[in-house]
Ligand binder design. Structure first.
Ligand code: SF4
Length: 66
């Protein structure tokens, strides 16, 4: 798989995919469309809690600070 299966419903991806913030675009490249998609903390959160995490939670589990 070359893209995360949650792309279309992921709040982080949808909010930050076009972000100019280097951190966010780096995460999209590494996680959402890259080799680390299976270690995404958002995915783990969804699995553990049965609901989507806040949009501002990054794939690493930290919050975006704007
Ligand atoms: S942030 Fe995580 S759950 Fe969301 S699209 Fe990227 S890899 Fe998938």
């Amino acid at each position: 798989m070359t893209e995360c299966e949650l792309l279309s419903k992921c709040g982080f991806f949808n909010k930050y995919q076009d972000s100019k913030q280097a951190a966010c675009s780096g995460f999209v490249a590494m996680y959402c469309k890259g080799p680390k998609m299976d270690s995404c903390k958002r995915k783990a959160y969804r699995k553990e809690n049965g609901v989507a995490p806040p949009d501002d939670m990054m794939p690493t589990g930290s919050m975006v600070v704007s």
